[in-house]
Design a binder for this molecule. Structure first.
Ligand SMILES: [Zn+2]
Length: 552
């Protein structure tokens, strides 16, 4: 039986006319998928189209041979089918992992496109495409002729517009003159269509109701949460509502816990910086204070959580005190601080003798005195504070502790960070750095090429917005870190109040990595553009940081 000749096979084949029909059906479906979807997709994602086409074609020949010459047709047909399917699954995997690994985001472009189409038709039919579920259960969808359907659809429109652009949050501001919402994508805010005051008030009340907060209470700060489900998946929303005499503001954070958690290697620290921070894991060095600083929305929480998870939470007792717990880390005790009792709560945490502590969003002098007191004898304490530069962070810290010796004796390291947007690797454009850049002090001879944002790709002689970043040219964010590791000499300068001397000394002994050096490194790697780093460096940073501000 194993040595059937082609002629014999053909005879068998001709005897059952439905066998070729089956084979044709399989190949027809396969051909349709490959030609209408995969080829265009591979080209859009800048994958090697020729290579993938040859792989699919090779698989097709093999599958056909198996189906035609297989001894048992009922076995050969499914085996051939699997052979056809394997490269398609492989392509799917390669494509998705390439994209998500580089960009650290959920690939939603395809599903969003479909969802958008669905929404278009749904909108004309007043059809609902989103379901909301809060602590009080799923929200009832109003009937088509119920006047509330308008409010429901307005909420849907506002949220889906933000989600479709990968927003991390939306702020809805209601005043007497109207309702203005804006969403934040990679730290950049975008205004949405304004809504008239009357509908705006209903929209705000409706969202508060979904989240289980009292819509009538417009005085107190309220928090709530709910889930959204639609064709493009589910999204968790954390709601914060606050009011003042002139405006009422709702803040919706999308998948906040998921966004805040990043691996130690991916947050943007240079290997050298990680290595020095990692040394603090050794029990004999695990003492004193590490200061973390940055402006609001600069990734401080992500960095704090990331460094905490570097410490073994099974062998060590790790405790946090935070004004808002954004995610919970396994094995770590998170405590939410009351605004008025931060210092008292911190005292309690320290008394319990943990090995590692995170004192997040520290703002008051009493708390600063408490954390700096144990010094090198005490636990390792990560302190995060708002600051506009490394020197601002150091002087704020010294000011709060108001005892130079106590401020700096136990201080191990200072980390100041900013967030830059990452270039979309699918559409970024390379260029040769011009000699002018060297005049600005950039070491351009160390790189072959730099990248700037693209936003479009060429497909069959047509210019289209890049499907990965939706034409923005940037996707995701990464930290740029300025780090100072203190030795005794640097401490002496700091205690004497000579900040400049301290930084010069630390730089000479390679214990200071400046923001512009860290920034240049990720520019040179093509992770971000000079323009983006320039934009972020300039931002609100001119106060008292002549020395550390970057002009790249
Ligand atoms: Zn792109």
């Amino acid at each position: 039986m194993n040595t059937l000749t082609f002629a014999e096979t053909t005879t068998v084949f001709l005897l059952s006319p439905w066998k070729p029909i089956l084979i044709c059906a399989v190949f027809f479906a396969w051909g349709w998928v490959v030609s209408t979807h995969l080829e265009k997709d591979a080209s859009d994602a800048h994958l090697n189209v020729v290579k993938w086409n040859s792989i699919h074609l090779g698989a097709a020949f093999l599958a056909l041979a198996i189906m035609l010459f297989g001894v048992n047709f009922y076995v050969a047909l499914p085996v051939g089918f699997v052979v056809l399917l394997a490269p398609i699954l492989a392509y799917w995997k390669v494509r998705n992992s390439a994209v998500s690994a580089q960009h650290q985001f959920k690939l939603r472009t395809g599903s969003f496109k479909a969802a958008r189409e669905k929404r278009k038709t749904a909108k004309t039919n007043k059809q609902v495409t989103m379901k909301f579920e809060g602590p009080n259960g799923p929200m009832k969808v109003p009937d088509k002729d119920d006047p509330n359907i308008g409010v429901y659809l307005a909420v849907e429109e506002l949220i889906s517009d933000a989600l479709k652009h990968r927003a991390s949050r939306t702020d809805i501001r209601l005043t007497q003159s109207g309702c203005q919402s804006k969403y934040l994508v990679d730290g950049v805010s975008n205004n949405q269509e304004p809504i008239v005051a009357d509908l705006g008030a209903k929209v705000v009340a409706f969202i508060k109701e979904i989240a289980g907060t009292d819509p009538k209470d417009v005085r107190r700060l309220q928090t709530g949460e709910f889930d959204i489900s639609s064709a493009s998946g589910t999204t968790h929303v954390d709601l914060t509502a606050s009011g003042s005499s002139s405006a009422y503001v709702l803040r919706l954070d999308f998948d906040r816990a998921e966004r805040v958690l990043r691996t130690w290697e991916s947050i943007g620290l240079m290997p050298k910086q990680r290595e020095l921070l990692d040394q603090l894991k050794q029990p004999e060095l695990r003492h004193g204070v590490v200061l973390f600083g940055g402006q609001s929305q600069s990734g401080l929480t992500t960095t704090s959580y990331s460094i905490l998870s570097q410490h073994d939470s099974y062998l060590n007792n790790i405790v946090t005190l935070e004004k808002q717990v954004l995610a919970t880390l396994e094995g770590i005790t998170h405590n939410t601080a009351d605004d008025d009792n931060y210092a008292t709560q911190l005292q309690t945490v320290i008394r319990r003798d943990p090995e590692v502590i995170l004192a997040a969003d520290l703002t008051d002098a009493e708390a600063a005195k408490i954390v700096s007191k144990p010094g090198k004898e005490g636990p390792l304490i990560f302190v995060s504070m708002r600051a506009t530069s490394m020197s601002d962070l150091l002087s704020k810290w010294a000011g709060l502790v108001s005892n130079p010796r106590q401020s700096f004796e136990g201080l191990q390291a200072v980390v100041y960070q900013k967030l830059v947007r990452k270039l979309c690797e699918n559409c970024r454009v390379s260029y040769k750095p011009s000699p002018d850049l060297a005049k600005q002090g950039l070491p351009i001879d160390t790189v072959e090429q730099l990248y700037r944002k693209g936003g479009t790709i060429e497909h069959k002689n047509k210019t289209n917005p890049c499907p990965i970043c939706e034409g923005l040219g940037y996707i995701g964010q990464i930290g740029v870190f300025e780090t100072l590791f203190l030795d005794n000499e640097t401490r002496k300068y700091l205690i004497a109040g000579d900040l400049k001397g301290a930084l010069t000394n630390a730089r000479r002994s390679k214990r200071l990595i400046r923001l512009q050096d860290a920034g240049w490194k990720i520019v040179a790697e093509g992770q971000t553009s000079l323009e983006e780093f320039g934009r972020v460096s300039k931002k609100k940073d001119s106060k008292k940081t002549k020395k550390s501000a970057t002009k790249s």
